[in-house]
Design a protein around this ligand. Structure first.
Ligand SMILES: Nc1ncnc2c1ncn2[C@@H]1O[C@H](COP(=O)(O)OP(=O)(O)OP(=O)(O)O)[C@@H](O)[C@H]1O
Ligand SMILES: [Mg+2]
Length: 428
């Protein structure tokens, strides 16, 4: 039974009895008996009239004669019991036939009273039927309440379970990142030393090459003083060995190598940021540097996809966890690169606004449809293929930003691109 029916029942007059009998004398008698016991009665002289009355008012109890012209008591009983809010029905009849009694009870009547009967007998039947109805109502209410409580508890448990699962996965994910960071920091340290002396040796080599080149040009001046055949021999040897090309190319090679070493140094610095050292301690740092470190580490994912445009503002240092902020920016940059199909643009902007440091990362990628914009920050939400994305990136980002007292928002248009904006208080 629906809640609406229960409410209707609660509003129904619990003492209202509908008396249905084609004999006026019986109707009057019943009305008198019932009124004397505090019930209010309404009378119907036929089955049809009874159904009409019942359609307008819902009675908790119907006293129903069986043998009537037109619709019989059994027909009326059938219709009443099939109604949305079926009443209790006591059959009242002069027919003392066990088979008929059984039929009516099977159809849902709660009593079968054979005329003639005593007043008390009728009142006991009526009181019993109404009490039964009340008990059934309470039972239903109790059951519905119970069901609702079970449903609520189940939902709470499911929510708690999925929260637990999400935080476990996040911990694992962060632990994994931290381990990678730790390893990376170790490797970075190992690479740091050879990179140092390769860089310094390349610098020395560049100087040496400069001097050798100067010396070659000096020799050039003396060539003209040699006998012609010696001078020609020297010129031929110089040509065969491509000395001029070697001198020029060596310069380029050395410049390239020095650039490469510079890049290795930058990557090593970036990797060091991801080490565990400052995991639990905050320090004063420049958010622009965190972005630079994130860019260095994410560069491999970005370089073939996007041109990166930087617009770093002159922002104050803030007390923060720089490695975690770098992790935030790395996640956003990698997401931006993933959103770009072929070639696009990623614009990074930082500025200060009302004691907030604002970082916006804009991409010209596929954009995010409005239906999923509020889902993307939830753990495990991903539109990427299995194995490509875990769907944890943005939830970790949200958590780290919140840890810094900040906020993250997204604006996006499908087909045009997205902008993720993070604002962090200068004094978190
Ligand atoms: N810049 C963006 N452009 C378009 N869609 C994005 C962008 N950033 C995030 N999304 C959408 O949000 C989803 C959730 O991102 P999130 O970083 O949380 O997980 P993921 O990138 O799918 O997986 P993971 O970061 O764990 O590798 C993505 O799958 C993608 O659909
Ligand atoms: Mg991601």
């Amino acid at each position: 039974m629906s809640l609406i029916n229960i409410r209707e029942e609660q509003m129904e007059d619990k003492t209202a009895v509908l008396v249905v009998d084609d004999e006026a004398g019986t109707r009057d008698l019943f009305s008198r008996y019932l009124a004397g016991a505090g019930y209010s009665t309404t009378c119907a002289a036929s089955g049809e009239e009874a159904l009409d009355l019942f359609a307008k008012t819902s009675f908790p109890l119907v006293l129903l004669d069986i043998t009537m012209p037109g619709l019989s008591g059994i027909d009326v009983l059938r219709q009443l019991r099939n109604s949305d809010s079926p009443p209790e029905v006591i059959m009242v009849t002069a027919v003392d036939d066990p088979a008929v009694a059984e039929t009516t009870l099977e159809l849902g009547a709660c009593g079968y009273l054979v005329k003639p009967f005593e007043k008390n007998e009728l009142l006991i039947y009526v009181a019993h039927a109404l009490r039964l109805r009340e008990l059934e109502r309470k039972n239903r209410e109790y059951r519905d309440n119970l069901e609702q409580q079970v449903q609520e508890r189940t939902l709470q448990l499911e929510q708690a379970f999925s929260d637990l699962k999400a935080s476990q996965e996040q911990l694992l994910h962060q632990e994994k990142l931290a381990t990678i960071g730790h390893l990376a920091a170790g490797v970075a340290h190992e690479i740091n030393n050879p990179t140092g002396y390769i860089g310094s040796n390349l610098g020395t080599l560049t100087k040496y090459m400069g001097r050798i080149t100067e010396f070659i040009y000096l020799l050039d001046g003396y060539c003209s003083t040699l006998p012609p055949e010696k001078s020609a021999e020297l010129a031929a040897a110089r040509k065969n060995s491509k000395i001029d090309f070697l001198v020029e190319d060596s310069k380029d090679i050395l410049i390239e190598c020095l650039e490469g070493v510079g890049r290795i140094k930058k990557i090593v610095e970036g990797l060091k940021t991801f080490s565990r050292k400052d995991q639990n301690t905050s320090c004063l740092a420049n958010v622009n540097d965190c972005l630079e470190n994130a860019l260095t580490v994410a560069w491999n994912e970005l370089k073939y996809k996007a041109t990166v445009e930087k617009d770093y503002g002159d922002i104050p240092l803030i007390r923060c966890y720089p490695n975690q902020l770098a992790q935030v920016f790395m996640n956003l940059l990698v997401n931006a690169a993933h959103a770009i199909d072929n070639q696009g643009m990623i614009r990074i902007k930082t500025f200060t606004e009302n004691d907030l440091i604002v970082v916006s990362i804009t991409d010209t990628g596929c954009g995010i449809s409005p239906e999923i914009q509020n889902k993307i920050f939830a753990p495990f939400f991903t539109t990427k293929k299995a194995g490509v994305g875990t769907g944890l990136g943005l939830s970790i980002v949200t958590e780290i930003v919140a840890r810094h007292g900040g906020e993250i928002s997204v604006e996006s248009e499908v087909g045009k691109g997205s902008t993720f904006t993070i604002s962090i208080p200068v004094q978190a």
